[in-house]
Design a protein around this ligand. Structure first.
Ligand SMILES: Nc1ncnc2c1ncn2[C@@H]1O[C@H](COP(=O)(O)OP(=O)(O)OP(=O)(O)O)[C@@H](O)[C@H]1O
Length: 259
């Protein structure tokens, strides 16, 4: 599905022609190197005597500007890997560099800064703040990052407008459909202009039409706006857009397929 069929009329022109908020092509910021590189990455969750292995030695290179589709059955380690890439969790052993940041040795302040500026996350369960309206949810990461409120409000409105959410900015999450909640979450993920979008089962709670729209949107963020996108999913919807397909099996990467 082409996102153009889904974008509100009139917005496509501004979007394709380069709105001010999408002027950075991040693939040019990390030209020579992989934006993600991991060696022997492991994560063992403390439990019982031996612990539970979430990842068992993952080697990974992701070129800047890639559209990665990460698959694997339930429990294979997809969420574990995304949490490490997002700096939400630390590996037990191995090395991990994302956008030039050493996520194994980074201090807490550097990690917080990394989470705020480098990555944007989209979750299956949306994770919107129920007491905040749509605009406030989108603004939150910008305010936490210490950005100018007035400028951020303008950017949030542009993003929400682009995502067809302008009529809903004052609504609370409980008043939204699943697709609208996910579009709000995508706007929130983009507010700090991250180089990398990490999406963990972003269509898991959506109907078929909204699922297609969200996947197409992520693909457009990759293709037109140069974001590196990693989508963990059971579904096949994102496959046609992938430039790199990865399969996790029991905590190990198997069958990396580059197009
Ligand atoms: N906090 C935790 N404590 C203990 N074990 C965990 C924890 N999180 C994940 N695991 C275990 O690590 C392994 C990988 O889990 P993970 O959630 O990464 O898989 P997944 O592929 O994302 O699964 P799903 O598709 O169901 O979300 C599983 O065996 C899981 O039980």
């Amino acid at each position: 599905m082409d996102v153009r069929a889904w974008l509100p009329p009139g917005l496509l022109f501004r979007y394709v022609c380069g709105m001010e908020m999408f002027h950075v092509n991040h693939s040019t910021l990390f030209p020579a190197d992989s934006i993600i590189s991991a060696n022997s990455l492991t994560r063992v969750y403390p439990m019982g005597e031996s612990g539970v292995a979430g990842l068992r030695g993952v080697d990974l290179r992701v070129p800047a500007g890639a559209m990665v589709v990460l698959k694997g059955v339930s429990g294979s380690g997809k969420s574990t890997l995304l949490a490490l890439l997002a700096g939400l969790d630390r590996p037990t052993s191995g090395s991990l560099r994302v956008a030039g940041v050493d996520l194994v040795n980074a201090g807490e302040a550097e990690l917080t800064d990394f989470r705020r500026r480098i990555v944007g996350m989209v979750f299956q369960s949306f994770n919107l703040m129920p007491t905040m309206n749509v605009l406030e949810n989108v603004l939150l990461p910008a305010l936490l990052a210490g950005r100018d409120e007035r400028a951020s409000r303008g950017r949030a409105m542009e993003l929400l407008d682009w995502l067809g959410m302008a009529p809903r900015v004052g609504h609370s999450p409980a008043q939204l459909s699943g697709g609208e909640m996910q579009r709000t979450a995508i706007a929130r993920a983009l507010i700090n202009d991250p180089a990398i979008i990490l999406a963990d089962e972003p269509t898991g709670n959506l109907d078929s039409e909204s699922s297609h729209a969200v996947v197409a949107l992520l693909a457009e963020l990759n293709r037109i706006m140069g974001r590196t996108v990693i989508v963990a999913t059971h579904a096949n919807l994102a496959d046609p857009y992938a430039t790199l397909r990865l399969l996790l099996t029991d905590g190990r990467l198997t069958q990396p397929v580059a197009d």
